[in-house]
Design a protein around this ligand. Sequence first.
Ligand SMILES: Cc1cc2nc3c(=O)[nH]c(=O)nc-3n(C[C@H](O)[C@H](O)[C@H](O)COP(=O)(O)OP(=O)(O)OC[C@H]3O[C@@H](n4cnc5c(N)ncnc54)[C@H](O)[C@@H]3O)c2cc1C
Length: 412
Amino acid sequence: MLVFAPMDFAYAPEDLAFRDELRAWLDENLPKFLADWGGDEDPGGGRAGGTPSSVARTQERRKDWQRRLNDGRWAAINWPEDWGGRKATPVQNVVYAEEMARVRAPGIFNANGVWQIGPMIIKWGTDEQKQRWLPGILDASEHWCQGFSEPQAGSDLANLRTTAIADGEEYIVNGQKIWISTAHLADWGLFLLRTDPEAIERGAKHEGITAFIIDMHTPGIECRPIRDIVSDELFNEVWFTDARIPATGRLGEEGQGWQVAMGTLGHERVGTAGLAISMAADLRSMISAARAVNPDALRDPEIRERIARAYTDIEYTKLLNYRALTKIIKGQKNWPEVPLAKLQWSYLAQTLAELAIDLLGPSGLLAKGGPDAIDGGTWTRLYSFQRYTTIGAGATEVQKNIIADRALLPRK
Ligand SMILES: Cc1cc2nc3c(=O)[nH]c(=O)nc-3n(C[C@H](O)[C@H](O)[C@H](O)COP(=O)(O)OP(=O)(O)OC[C@H]3O[C@@H](n4cnc5c(N)ncnc54)[C@H](O)[C@@H]3O)c2cc1C
């Protein structure tokens, strides 16, 4: 007879204390923030795709929220205490993500900076670099972007070819990046550049890559925003033409860029803990919207089955995240749960977006900005926008290759 050990999902007392402190802070501060700014990030109906003033307003709103979080020491929980963080444990990271999802917390100004770039500066930076750049990331006084992808280097990132050639105390940069989110709004960027242009020909493309912190206002750098599927202009081509950057911005040694980048992407990939909660909340909201504008959909057996399946999948996703967390706590590698969770999130984000439109019926076609758009047109926008989830932060096919190669059919 099989005997299963009971699972204990309860948090330890110190994690409950962490949660209670965060809850109390949110209870006190979030309503004040919403009273000042309103519940909708973009009531103008369009971020970059709308007017420049709606972009500016979104940025100001996010800046203000991050500043308030920072005042409570809740902006960068993973950073060391000396740098304004709380040195949160993996469990506390999950608690934080769950609580933020539960209250549908607003976005922050420097998500990239806080979660990916800041930790890399903490790990790889000199004291001088930490002092120069960490405070501006944390207090939202400087906006950051992350410049890795190139036209021939997306999934195959190590194929990147934008060069940085040393010239005295400077490097001269030439080449092109693409899909760089908010580069046109950023003061600083963490870029991966090739300091050894011969490495690719040598068959050693992971070598000769170096990470640089770059002032986005440097002469010779041009950002060209790209209009995306929902008419927003949030990502860019970034062109470098003989741009001279100081060597003091080099993060780590020449040739260490790959290790720096892998740390950064690792941070991106463990950030899915709160998603199950926000997806469950999305599912509830779309059902309420359907109840108001298209109640017949809720009597359709096919749609009812899709709702039940989505609900079940969201629960699975939550359990998958808990399993990854358990492994981390036991000192094991959270493998292959991380790529599985990425796949599960991409699939569910698109499934929910499609379900929302079918639930809303004809009203689902009313785009953002229109007076009758449901929930500000969020669902209509997501129907198109969520296509990105199977590409960004690791394309689906590539995640499947990784799972097959390293977990299902590991090569000797
Ligand atoms: C919304 C959004 C924001 C982004 N922001 C940033 C940013 O701020 N900074 C940044 O550096 N990048 C950013 N990116 C770029 C992102 O990292 C890349 O899109 C991603 O790495 C995929 O690269 P690619 O677009 O070149 O696609 P490709 O790698 O060319 O892939 C195209 C297709 O081919 C498939 N494919 C590729 N290789 C294989 C293989 N070996 N086997 C099977 N199939 C394969 C892929 O799965 C995909 O379907 C962003 C992307 C999006 C969508």
